[in-house]
Write a protein that binds this ligand. Structure first.
Ligand SMILES: CC(=O)N[C@H]1[C@@H](OP(=O)(O)O)O[C@H](CO)[C@@H](O)[C@@H]1O
Ligand SMILES: [Mg+2]
Length: 553
């Protein structure tokens, strides 16, 4: 780094001094705090993104959002060249950078890091960053802070992509680095074209089913997703969609609305009630990277039948497996010796879903909580389907498998019609479903077209299996990092004795399963328990919460 560069960083960082006594950490979902203390953090993430862009010689994304958190919070995270999360080996540097006490210390850290990582300041490409934000009122000023961070690196270019869903920004970064068209319009066109293609491939006579209500009502969490879904809807007049809670004019972001609320509380969001009984409903979270479905029950206090991420995963798995079997029948797929379908879940997946998927003969893998782990594992397969129970997930297709499908779908025209259609369907799914990150908008479209393909109502879908009753609790402890887990967080290895105590308690319950882990986003230890009845799951969770308190309180 030359002297000009150094003085530029010193000068601009003196405009973004860090607040006293605040320590931030790049957690499971980037930095997330009360918006009022975030501008120095976001400014520094702008610098980090520019360095990452120089290092990778690729376009990098910065997304300003706090997802399902309250409207006064905000956050920031980086999208890597693939469109996925920031590489984990850069996370410690993100922490150091964000917490450097003074501009001088910040500059020193950057200088050392640039040398250590051999970041090319004289590379072929200058840094290029796409900036996006959700609808939070604090977003505009924070985006400006990010822009100033980016442009404190000489030659770096920051493009403001405006108000976007998180998955749209990730999609654009991925598309830009693949050299394909990457505007928001291109995103909508790709989704709507591949949706139409899947609709055209629905077997004749299949698209009607008794008791199937064709209307879908979507809760937009008063966030960014509702308005974007309306745009898609205009392009896809075949879909009968009504969007409620679609902006902050209709109510407060994430307040009694949204996928996180619906999934955790198992109640209908604001604006939905017993009048909607039986209708197929869906809920997005504040930045539209999570999706759950539900149907309201006729009782007056509007309880719901929840169709969560596990069941969306199961629906996708059934459909993909069916297409693979059409290819299999023709022996075609056997020629592709590595073709493997993998299912990825976390320990929070309902045990009934895991059993169901294993019964289908599918390979189910568990990873620790957090999209980065699920995504990484899913990329090991030709088709990897991953979902968190809370509704974040997608389907990844390997490049080689896509190439194989492309060749097959051309060759097959002379052979089996079914196999040809199956190959075309899989290709369309790979274009519809976001390959960068879980995306509620593409998720809605895929669910809708698969339900039509199967001729299934939401009730038929929900009957795939019955969730085991479960309970989640949070325990406040002195130091949550003293809980250390192994085996995808299913076993506690520290403090000693805690796992044995959990085992002894769990053994008392039919179909009992229980695990504890430190949260990556909140200062708590989470307890998850499952058993054959709700009462038993509640008791098990409470007993284990007490154990956690005894061992760590
Ligand atoms: C039990 C649970 O829902 N955990 C959530 C939550 O992580 P924790 O590490 O459990 O706080 O936030 C993550 C980021 O949004 C999400 O990936 C994850 O699924
Ligand atoms: Mg989100």
């Amino acid at each position: 780094m030359n002297e000009l560069q150094k003085s530029l960083i010193l000068e601009s960082s003196s405009r973004f001094l860090i607040p006293q006594g605040v320590k931030v950490s790049y957690g499971t979902a980037g930095f997330r705090e009360d918006a009022s203390i975030l501008s120095s953090t976001v400014y520094r993430v702008g610098i980090l993104a520019a360095l990452r862009s120089l290092k990778t010689q690729s376009v990098i994304g910065v997304m300003i959002t706090a997802s399902h958190n309250k409207v006064s919070d905000n956050g920031v995270k980086i999208a890597d060249p693939s469109g996925g999360m920031l590489s984990q080996d850069w996370e410690p540097f993100a922490d150091e950078l964000a917490n450097a006490p003074s501009p001088q210390q910040l500059l020193q850290l950057i200088t050392e890091f640039v040398e250590k990582e051999r970041i090319p300041f004289d590379g072929v490409r200058p840094a290029e960053i796409l900036l996006g934000r959700d609808t939070r009122p604090s977003g505009e000023a924070l985006l400006e802070a990010a822009r100033q961070g980016v442009t404190s690196i000489v030659g770096a270019v920051a493009s403001d992509m405006g108000i976007l869903t998180t998955p749209q920004l990730h999609w654009m970064v991925r598309a830009r680095n693949k050299g394909i068209k990457a505007s928001e319009q291109d995103y909508f066109e790709q989704l709507s074209n591949s949706f139409r293609c899947l609709m055209d491939l629905i077997p004749t006579g299949q698209s009607k089913c008794d008791g199937m209500n064709d209307k879908l009502v979507v809760d937009g969490a008063n966030g960014v997703g509702g308005a974007k879904l309306q745009i898609l809807h205009k392009l896809l007049s075949v879909l009968d969609i009504e969007v409620r809670n679609s902006s902050q004019d209709e109510g407060v972001l994430n307040d009694g609305v949204g996928a996180d609320y619906v999934q955790k509380e198992k109640v209908a969001p604001r604006g939905f009630g017993s009048k909607d009984a039986g209708i197929r409903c869906a809920s997005l979270d504040g930045d539209a990277d999570r999706l759950v479905y539900f149907s309201v029950l006729p009782e007056s206090n509007a309880p719901i039948d929840l169709v969560d991420g596990d069941k969306i995963l199961s629906l996708f798995a059934v459909f993909i497996r069916e297409q693979l079997s059409f290819l299999n029948e023709k022996e075609d797929i056997k020629n592709f010796d590595k073709s493997r379908l993998g299912i990825i879940q976390t320990a929070y997946a309902n045990g009934a879903s895991t059993n169901y998927l294993k019964h289908l003969g599918l390979e189910v893998n568990l990873t620790p909580t957090g999209v980065k782990y699920l995504h990484e594992k899913a990329a090991d397969f030709d088709i990897g389907i991953y979902f968190e129970a809370n509704g974040h997930g997608t389907i990844l297709f390997s490049e080689t498998f896509i190439e194989w499908l492309e060749v097959r779908s051309n060759k097959l025209s002379s052979g089996s019609k079914e196999a040809e259609k199956a190959a075309l369907r899989l290709l369309a799914v790979s274009k519809l479903i976001n390959q960068a990150v879980g995306d509620a908008l593409s998720g809605v479209l895929l669910v809708e077209v698969i339900l039509k393909h199967m001729g299934w109502s939401i009730h038929r879908w929900n009957e795939l299996y019955h969730d085991l009753p479960s309970r989640q609790l949070k325990v406040k402890v002195a130091d949550r990092t003293s809980v250390v887990t192994a085996n995808a967080e299913t076993v506690v290895v520290r403090p000693p004795g805690l796992q044995e105590a959990i085992n002894a308690e769990t053994a008392k319950y039919t179909q009992g399963r229980c695990f504890v882990r430190p949260s990556g986003t909140e200062d708590v230890v989470r307890v998850y328990a499952e058993a054959s009845t709700q009462e038993a799951a509640d008791t098990l969770a409470n007993c284990v919460a007490k154990l956690v308190d005894q061992f760590l309180g």
